[in-house]
Design a protein around this ligand. Structure first.
Ligand code: GTB
Length: 216
């Protein structure tokens, strides 16, 4: 059964792979599972048919046989549990990799998304110039801690795992800012993730969607 995921019909990031279908595509590419993509517009996302799959009217979703999932982290974990290659075989290693999934989504992603939202919707506010450095310093605290834990290792805990996949996608939200470059080992970590053939395939696939939407 080939899974079907949903993605933006026309991503606001112009194909930079920042929307959360990218992490699902990457996970599927890593495990060698082919997939189909159903593209949805912003208005379709809010219709009942899509909300039956995603209560919050967002992408990505994942359908496979009788199973329908939403939440990119849950989808990546499901893929990792169903296929080899994204979680260690030993119970402790597996639990630690899952811990890194939660760390990426619950500890790193919130301040990074906070910055993206501030830049998108708060730019016109009188207090924007005061707030942005505060938000960015909250990110720096977490990046410094992550940088210290990663050290000179290639990946967070032994071999590349779903935890790394999600952490790299979260850190990529800082692409285009100088913040990540303040932590050279984290910049190199993101570059290592982006250099993986599965990442490239996933990135190219989502970019092709944007390119096609731009010419039609
Ligand atoms: N917690 C959910 C998950 O991890 O799956 C969050 C899902 C989510 O935020 N989906 C967004 C969405 O559907 C797309 S990824 N938004 C439409 C809506 O809520 O109406 C977030 C995103 C969007 C755009 C950019 N960008 O342009 O750079 C980056 C990330």
């Amino acid at each position: 059964m080939i899974p079907v995921i949903t993605a933006f019909e026309k991503s606001p990031d112009r194909g930079r792979g920042q929307a959360r279908d990218m992490r699902v595509r990457w996970a599927l590419e890593e495990v060698g599972q082919s997939y189909d993509v159903r593209l949805v517009s912003f208005s379709e996302m809010k219709e009942a048919a899509h909300r039956a799959l995603h209560p919050f009217g967002q992408i990505p979703t994942y359908e496979e046989g009788g199973l329908a999932l939403f939440e990119s982290g849950a989808i990546v974990l499901h893929i990792a549990e169903r296929h080899g290659g994204l979680l260690p075989d030993d119970a402790h290693g597996r639990a630690r990799a899952i811990t890194w999934i939660f760390a990426a989504l619950n500890t790193l992603e919130p301040p990074i998304v906070d910055r993206a939202i501030a830049m998108l919707v708060e730019r016109g506010e009188t207090w924007y110039e005061q707030r942005l450095p505060v938000v960015e310093d909250r990110i720096r605290v977490r990046l410094a801690e992550l940088s210290s834990r990663l050290g000179n290792s290639d990946w967070l805990d032994g071999a590349f795992s779903a935890g790394d996949l999600l952490m790299v996608t979260v850190l990529r939200r800082l692409n285009g800012s100088d913040i990540l470059h303040e932590y050279p080992n984290l910049s190199a970590y993101v570059a290592r993730g982006e250099a993986r053939p599965a990442f490239r395939r996933a990135f190219d696939a989502q970019l092709a969607v944007f390119a096609a939407a731009s010419t039609s």
